[in-house]
Design a protein. Structure first.
Length: 195
């Protein structure tokens, strides 16, 4: 019993390949010739469409669980540069920006650059114009923004002396012999006063 033609018609109706059409051997299926006959057989459940086989997610889930625990991340499993593996771009940006901002602030405080140049450089740093400190300093030299160091330094802040409270000193105790002598003198004076 050859059901080749029925499978072909069913595959066109079900919109899938011939291999995915499952036909149960039955007298009605053999007699079916037209598309309408096969549609009826599909409704009755004699001709079915097999579910497509996909790859199982079980292995990938297991691997993901291991990665969450910190496994499978060694050098053999890595592809791409370290920059490609950095997840937080903002941290990467901050690592460049903060030292550059500190440098231009110091230059401004030392009066080696003007306020106008400072604001201009600040914006360029924010935009990622400079790669590092060396690049920034070379830019300052080529643009002739850096002023010579002045020997006159700002006057140092006055030192404020803070007086700390000292503990009150207790009167020193007299040696034991002197105490005895004083006690004896008191006793003599009492005896004399009693007489």
């Amino acid at each position: 019993m050859d059901l080749k033609s029925q499978k072909e018609i069913a595959s066109k109706i079900l919109k899938c390949g011939k291999t995915r059409v499952k036909v149960t051997a039955d007298k009605d299926v053999e007699e079916a010739l037209t598309r309408n006959d096969i549609r009826d057989l599909i409704q009755r459940g004699l001709i079915k469409k097999i579910q497509k086989k996909g790859t199982s997610k079980a292995y990938s889930k297991q691997r993901l669980a291991q990665k969450k625990r910190g496994r499978k991340k060694s050098f053999g499993s890595r592809k791409g540069t370290m920059k490609a593996r950095i997840k937080n771009d903002k941290k990467d940006w901050l690592a460049v920006v903060r030292p550059l901002r500190r440098l231009i602030k110091k230059l401004l405080d030392d009066e080696r650059i003007s306020r106008k140049d400072y604001t201009n450089l600040y914006r360029k740093i924010k935009g990622g114009f400079f790669r590092n400190k060396k690049h920034l300093l070379s830019y300052l030299k080529t643009q002739e923004m850096l002023k010579e160091r002045t020997s006159t330094k700002k006057p140092a802040k006055k030192e404020v002396k803070i007086e700390t409270k000292t503990k009150k000193e207790k009167p020193k105790e007299e040696p034991k012999k002197e105490k005895k002598v004083k006690a004896e003198k008191k006793a003599k004076t009492k005896k004399e006063s009693d007489k």
